[in-house]
Design a protein around this ligand. Structure first.
Ligand SMILES: Cc1cc2nc3c(=O)[nH]c(=O)nc-3n(C[C@H](O)[C@H](O)[C@H](O)COP(=O)(O)O)c2cc1C
Length: 474
């Protein structure tokens, strides 16, 4: 099905994508700005565990550089990981300081720019089809001992709604099962899950492509929550500030980002389920829960000398930092519509960037904090704990947030509990259907009522103390 309105036909068709929309130019620019933040590993590494072990060691040192493994034993394609691991990288992609990251992302995802089709796609420099397709030749790692096999973790799944034609994209874990077969889990139960369900209800396969090696803004756009009629590539266009260049696939009627490193074309089979997993998930646990869908590949297209992108699994920054940013921005946009003074939003790593949110507001009416709670919990079905604090509390300092809970919250007055709600299937404390209870904590002072005076040192004395201590410690 060709859906002309999905792309911008009014623009003359450029021959090639604009520079700056591909992973390579991003890495080059990032390295020029932060030379120590792109690390090249020239020693040979194995696809078994080595990539994940190096990511973990950097995280242990509180570092999140982009890492390029140039020599992967048994493969002639380099592996690149940690591209979206840090707030620094994401802020660089948006061209703003880290402190403005969520606000800028929240602003730009409201702009929707249709993609444009280019005539020549770098991602189609080499194309193999049919029996020549060999997924096992890709340097896909085994991340943790205990994973069911070799996984594509940076596979961006692209498909169109079988009913409306609206395109979507999202990361989904793929377990390699053979030369042309992969298991895939659609457990986030968002648009792709629904598209597969709609195709299956018609007895049809879902044509789709798995795209690897993308500019961070394509990743960041894929996690947004656009209205049902808006494709994710339009969100990416808003983030880029220009149309995303896309190119047609060879064997299916679908467009993919033209500057991707690797494109695997194929389909998700209707009515077929096969065991997939266990896999080390964002929760920090192995997960056996999976929707157990099956993807069959028809073609693989690559750039000249492609890079294979890997995303560290488990609670690695590469896996969860973007998830936190996107939720912060969506909460900011949702709460700002009804509460005039949102002072800060943090979706912390401690809650796997998925389950927990801290929201600071400057109250202007009684009852605002309790009003905020269901709005935040409704932004995304993964969110299950929200703590609302006053604007004098730093939401990025978790001990400050817990201090507010300790001193401003009364349990018989300030807790809001919702039982039996849609939750995350992979949350090990949710039931097998993914049902969860949700908790909101109002840790604000009652509006307009007297409250104990907070201890505060004047800023001018603190500035003096800072300069004194600086002098004492140099
Ligand atoms: C690195 C990474 C891996 C992910 N893996 C999966 C996955 O295996 N299955 C899944 O359903 N969602 C996964 N997600 C979440 C989806 O990609 C995300 O919810 C996406 O926005 C869904 O897109 P959709 O709205 O098109 O369904 C992952 C997210 C990230 C950042």
């Amino acid at each position: 099905m060709e859906t002309p309105s999905l792309v911008d036909e009014s623009r003359s068709r450029p021959l090639t994508p604009p520079t700056g929309q591909d992973l390579r130019s991003f890495v080059a620019a990032y390295e020029a700005a932060h030379p120590t933040e792109v690390v090249r590993v020239r020693e040979p590494v194995s696809v078994e565990h080595d990539v994940m072990a190096v990511v973990l060691e950097y995280e242990r040192r509180r570092r999140w550089p982009i890492v390029i493994f140039e020599r992967v034993t048994g493969h002639d394609v380099p592996v690149i990981c940690n591209v979206v691991a840090s707030r620094r990288t994401l802020a660089f992609a948006l061209g703003v300081p880290e402190a403005h990251l969520a606000a800028e992302y929240a602003r730009r995802i409201k702009d929707h720019v249709k993609p444009v089709v280019v005539a020549e796609a770098p991602c189609a420099a080499h194309v193999v089809t049919g029996d020549a397709v060999d997924l096992e030749a890709l340097p896909a790692p085994v991340y943790f001992p205990g994973d069911a096999g070799r996984y594509l973790t940076a596979g961006m799944l692209v498909a169109r709604d079988p009913e409306t034609g609206v395109e979507t994209e999202g990361y989904h874990r793929f377990q390699i099962k053979g030369r042309n077969r992969m298991g895939v889990s659609l457990h986030s139960r968002r648009r792709m899950f629904e598209y597969a369900r709609r195709a299956e209800a018609r007895g049809q396969a879902l044509p789709c492509a798995v795209v690897l090696g993308l500019h961070p803004l394509v990743s960041m756009g894929s996690l947004a929550y656009p209205p049902a009629g808006v494709g994710k590539f339009e969100v990416v266009g808003g983030l880029l500030g220009e149309p995303l260049a896309v190119a047609p696939c060879r064997t299916i009627d679908l467009h993919v980002p033209a500057s991707a490193e690797i494109v695997i074309e194929g389909e998700i089979l209707p009515g077929v389920r096969e065991p997939e997993g266990p896999f080390g998930e964002f929760t920090g646990y192995f997960s056996r829960r999976s929707t157990e869908h099956v993807f069959v590949a028809k073609a693989i297209a690559t750039r000249e000398r492609p890079w294979f992108q890997s995303i560290g699994s488990g609670r690695a920054g590469d896996h969860i930092t973007t998830l936190g940013l996107v939720r912060e921005a969506e909460i900011l946009n949702a709460v700002s519509r009804v509460v005039p003074n949102v002072a800060g939003v943090h979706v912390p790593l401690s809650g796997t960037s998925s389950f927990t949110a801290y929201v600071a507001i400057k109250q202007s009416r009684p009852g605002e904090a309790k009003h905020v709670i269901p709005i935040v919990l409704g932004v995304d079905h993964y969110l299950k704990l929200v703590i609302v604090v006053d604007d004098d509390v730093d939401v990025f300092d978790e001990s400050d947030v817990l201090w507010a809970v300790a001193t401003r919250m009364q349990a018989d007055r300030d807790l809001v509990v919702i039982s039996g709600s849609l939750g995350a299937l992979l949350d090990p404390s949710a039931d097998d259907r993914g049902l969860t209870a949700k908790l909101g904590i109002d840790a604000t002072r009652a509006f307009g009522e007297p409250f104990a005076e907070k201890l505060v040192m004047p800023a001018e004395r603190m500035a003096w103390a800072k300069s004194l201590v600086d002098r004492l410690t140099t």
